[in-house]
Design a protein around this ligand. Sequence first.
Ligand code: SAH
Length: 419
Amino acid sequence: MSPTQKTGSKSLIGLSPDALKAALVAAGVPEKSVRMRTSQLWNWIYVHGAKDFAAMTNLAKEFRRLLEDNFTLERPEIITAQVSNDGTRKWLLRTGAGIEFETVYIPEADRGTLCVSSQVGCTLNCRFCHTGTQKLVRNLNPDEILGQLFVARDALGDWPSTAPDRKVTNIVMMGMGEPLYNFDNVKAALNIVTDGDGLALSKRRVTLSTAGVVPMIPRAGAEIGSGLAISLHAVRDEIRDVIVPINKKYPLAELLQACRTYPGASNARRITFEYVMLKGVNDSLAEARELVQLIKGIPAKINLIPFNPWPGAPYECSDWEQIEKFAEIVNRAGYASPVRTPRGRDIMAACGQLKSESVKERASARVARRSETAVREAHEPGPVDLRERSNAASPSERPGQEATTLEKIQSGQLARMPQ
Ligand code: SAH
């Protein structure tokens, strides 16, 4: 559990059913009633999103008191909550000193996607990723991973889980960090996310993105069973070695072999290949042709991502015409790869930057940053009712295509964040 709970009590969020049972027994719940108590609690926590035990009105007072004395359902603390003018929301969350992470909600016409972080910082050092230049602070625990979903659903009024029009319909593990370097906690959290008696999201609506931790890919398929996205970004080892350094450990041939044998990949469940467009680095038309050759035989979709620049970044985004030509080759080979507009991609860099600052400053200038945040928040509009925002967004901003989720995470929505 996080060492972060204000009360010092154990959070029940993120415990597997067995661990929940064990916690109840340890707190003094009689063995004979523990099964029933576990399923009652599970329902309150994951179907109804109960924030405190007092709300659990069908439970005996004595049992509620026991829960209150021993446990908590506390969510991560919200440091900042921002809303873009089309309804995209971003939260900066905190569960302890220096433990800050972001989560982003992207509403679209036919779905609502939550982009979830798995680590604070990252070890991968991808050359084009600003967050990747930060050192790893630590892995997030299951309650902190799930806590991102709880914060979002609380704010969106998205309980109970059985409601017909759920606001968070999809989850992508595409926030900070490398989920396959935090396998056990990510698995524990996603198994709860997809549990039919609780949060009840279909595995088809959960996507895990990896830079290519090859040995863990088969385990992810077998033990998590979500959709898979690969941050490919290059078609030749000599380039990928530089921009996605984990490639030196697990080169392209091994990565693609793992994709070929990924359990459950099919035309209905395609593997997503993410490809950031870096001017003069990986964006030649020859590379577009190599890309389609490389993934031949793999049920795949390709997301071309215009590079989001950040101060000091060693790359530039490819020219727009080049991206279009690249996309045309990919499209002609039969892969949908809609080109996103460049609108606001700079602000995605600002998004990554915001996170970097909060971690870096935590050690040296925590107090200064917090007063700065307070000033910033005072000038920002408060949270708005997303349902209104969502209705106000123009359909052209919500094309409902496969690529738009990533597109929105990476660019447009955060561009129009009020400052
Ligand atoms: N570590 C995992 C999860 C992160 S997903 C992974 O690498 O897949 C975040 C996605 O955004 C990755 O595809 C990453 O390569 C991409 N990305 C990071 N920085 C970017 C930038 N400046 N511009 C565009 N895409 C970027």
